[in-house]
Design a protein. Sequence first.
Length: 119
Amino acid sequence: MKKYNLFLAFILIVLAGYFLQPITPWWSIAVISLIMVLLFQLGPTKSMVAGFLGGFLLWGLVAFFTNNANGGILAGRIGNMLGGMSGNLIPLLSAIIGGITAGLGGLLGSLGRGLLKST
């Protein structure tokens, strides 16, 4: 079972994030990642990877489908506000921000668990 903990944590981060993000703040993906890492007792590297990939995939897909639903109008305007960036890069930028946020949440969970164990 330990072999699949990384994959299960990744999948549960995506699923929990998908259902909870619409009703929670944007940074809740970090808390979700932290909780999943604590449940599956992942090490620091695996927790960062699971969190980053989960947040990246979730935020990237949501941004991609939202961008397609409105014809790229909002992403184009946001790109203009960010110094003329292409509207097509905005979903990628969202995915990177989501991945970093979730990855750091997972890393915090893993390192915090290790810190509590040592005391």
